[in-house]
Design a protein around this ligand. Structure first.
Ligand code: AGP
Length: 618
């Protein structure tokens, strides 16, 4: 997720663009850049680092601040590590066209090869530079204006984009287009100025009149003219809906949600989609992940896979253990990185180590990686931050494409980590033949349905809110699950602990009789995951044991469940899917539950006491 912004009008563009980028930094902050046009010259400045670093560089060349038209970008890298060259904006080869882009071009590799064969060269590793040169090539071949060239070029693109494009030869317009990533157009009084941005936060103080482009729409923004919006694929004219914005600046940054955590919970359908996008072709029955494909032999020959992580990432690692052992039949050990690094573990060159970290900066996980590497193990990283320390330290890896996770409590990181682990387990199962072709295809089809099922689940928020209101005063809670959902029980307990400060423990449901059942009484809410294919009958008897001791049961069940409904005090229904994929669904109500309880208890949801988003020290 990146932030794009732009301005064209009668004011100096620089202050509007640079301040707009500051407002958009929550969307991505590993590098930033801007372009201004003045006296027939393009001044383009970009750098790895924060918007403040960019500002410092521009301040050193005051001439670089002139101009009434400009576009800017703050980056959350997906292709190409964060560095100056990969930062946006990007020039086309001729230097005539400039682009900023938020999204992922899936078929950029194919397009890049075609453009290379036509004599194009590339300075960066980004998919965005491919896109601006595709636009340039189309413009050249068709002899058309920029708007038409952008439209035709986008019909060749597979992926997601929100772009702003500028043509030096036509400096009185900006072209924007959208598919899968947001774009808002601010309309100034008398059409004397226009703003473009990923959300309205950069221009809300200048105008409250805005157009939000819909998917597959392109807009030509020209001074003095109404914004012309067209459909990319059929060129039909769109009667653009001009809205009067009601949101405050703070609400805009949080996408209209009260907290970043809630926004990130609701971003999960898109985050999961973006994570498997370009890696899983369900209809063709293909999983392609460079980090795995290039090292498949190491995984196939591995005596075992050791997964090291902390916190929520450790819970994802535990789901990974069930996935790898059940699907790929590879022995797995899951280790707390903080323990692994000090317990003098036995590691051999036949081990594959997977390190999972949202931030890519967790000190314990980084130390565990270095230890594993020193013993000759191959180390694969799963991170959410491109170019982070862990991403750079591991031999290979795969990025979750969750976008920045601002809330301290990890939510979309967890589900996107599980998505990556599922893809790896399925890829290895296919390669080892431990999964039939039909079963492999079935899993891909089921994975492709998960985002919609998460969306459906998010609509039960009111039910979860009611349950939260009933149990928000509890002093202790238990979370129970079996199999794939035992780690989800642990994760649900962690969510509640870290943002509501209520003590909670996760347990394998069968462990109750080995001690925890002594805790049960009418004051003990027990959250039980009882999906219909997850040792269901056993979980039902665990529920009955708890009920017979006056425990309160809140059960997460598969849609249509009738048995548990008869016994539990509350049920939350999740859509049906393969048991191995249920963690992607069962975790959603538990995230919402902890969120609502914390809000009702008036806790600082996004920045809970004593916690940091990234634990970069021991
Ligand atoms: C999760 O909600 C917590 N914020 C914390 O446990 C976190 O998962 C842990 O610190 C690991 O962070 P990482 O994924 O960035 O390595």
């Amino acid at each position: 997720m990146c932030g794009i912004t732009g301005y064209i009008g009668y004011r100096d563009a620089y202050p509007i663009v640079i301040n707009g980028l500051k407002r958009l930094e929550y969307r991505g902050y590993d590098s930033a850049g801007l372009m201004l046009f003045n006296n027939n010259q393009i001044a383009l400045t970009k750098t790895k680092g924060k918007v403040l670093d960019l500002e410092g560089i521009v301040d050193q060349s005051p001439s670089g601040k002139e101009g009434k038209i400009g576009i800017g970008h703050t980056r959350w890298a997906t292709h190409g590590v964060p560095n100056d060259v990969n930062s946006h904006p990007h020039f086309s080869q001729s230097g005539e066209l400039v682009i900023v882009h938020n999204g992922i071009i899936e078929n950029y590799d194919t397009l890049k090869k075609e453009l290379t064969s036509r004599g194009y060269t590339f300075k960066s590793d980004t998919d965005t530079e491919v896109l601006i040169n595709l636009i340039e090539e189309v413009k050249k071949q068709e002899g058309c204006k920029l708007g038409k060239a952008v439209q035709l070029a986008l019909t060749q693109v597979i992926g997601a984009y929100a772009i702003a494009v500028f043509d030096k030869s036509k400096p009185n317009e900006i072209i924007v287009a959208k598919l899968g990533s947001p774009i808002a157009i601010g309309i100034g009084e008398g059409l004397k100025e226009f703003f473009v941005a990923s959300d309205a936060s950069p221009f809300i103080e200048y105008t409250k009149d805005a157009i939000y482009l819909e998917d597959e729409e392109l807009a030509i923004i020209k001074l003095g003219k109404a914004v012309g919006v067209r459909k990319i694929y059929d060129d039909s004219i769109v009667d653009a809906n001009i809205q009067e914005l009601q949101l405050s600046l703070e609400q805009i940054e949080k996408g209209g949600y009260d907290h970043f955590m809630l926004k990130e919970i609701y971003e999960q359908p898109k985050a999961i989609t973006d994570t498997y996008r370009g890696r899983m072709l369900a209809d063709e029955g293909i999983i392609k992940m460079a980090g795995i494909d290039d090292n498949l032999g190491k995984f196939m020959r591995a005596d075992r896979i050791i997964v090291v992580a902390c916190g929520t990432s450790w819970h994802a690692a535990l789901v990974g253990e069930y996935l790898f052992e059940d699907l790929s039949r590879i022995p797995v050990e899951v280790e707390y990185a903080s323990e692994f690094r000090y317990r003098n573990p036995i590691i051999t060159t036949n081990d594959v180590v997977i390190a999972i970290s949202q931030s890519g900066e967790t000190a314990d996980t980084l130390a565990a990686i270095k230890l594993a590497k020193s013993k000759g193990a191959f180390v694969f990283g799963i991170c959410n931050v491109v170019g982070s320390s862990i991403a750079r330290e591991t031999h290979a890896g795969a990025y979750t494409h969750a976008g920045p996770e601002i809330g301290v409590a990890s939510t979309k990181a967890f589900t996107t980590q599980i998505t990556i682990l599922s893809l790896i387990a399925l890829k290895l199962a296919q390669s080892k033949g431990t999964l039939s072709n039909s079963a492999f295809h079935m899993y891909l089809q089921k994975m492709q349905l998960i985002p919609k099922k998460v969306e459906k689940l998010l609509r039960i928020d009111d039910t979860v809110k009611h349950i939260a209101s009933v149990y928000k005063e509890a002093s202790n809670c238990l979370y129970l699950g079996r199999g794939f959902n035992f780690p989800v029980a642990l994760e649900g307990a962690l969510k509640l602990k870290e943002i509501s400060y209520i003590h909670a423990e996760g347990y394998p449901a069968a462990e109750m009789k080995h001690g925890p059942i002594a805790l049960i009484d009418e004051n003990m809410p027990v959250f039980v995951i009882a999906t219909n294919k997850g040792h269901y009958e056993k979980v039902v008897s665990n529920i009955q044991e708890i009920k017979s001791r006056n425990g309160k049961i809140i059960a997460i069940v598969t849609e249509g469940d009738t048995t548990v409904k008869e016994i539990a005090d509350h049920v939350i229904e999740i859509p049906e899917t393969e048991e191995a994929l249920t963690p992607l669904l069962t975790t959603i109500p538990l995230q919402l539950l902890s969120y609502h309880i914390a809000v009702m208890l008036e806790k600082n949801v996004d920045q809970p006491r004593n916690l940091a988003k990234s634990v970069t020290v021991e």
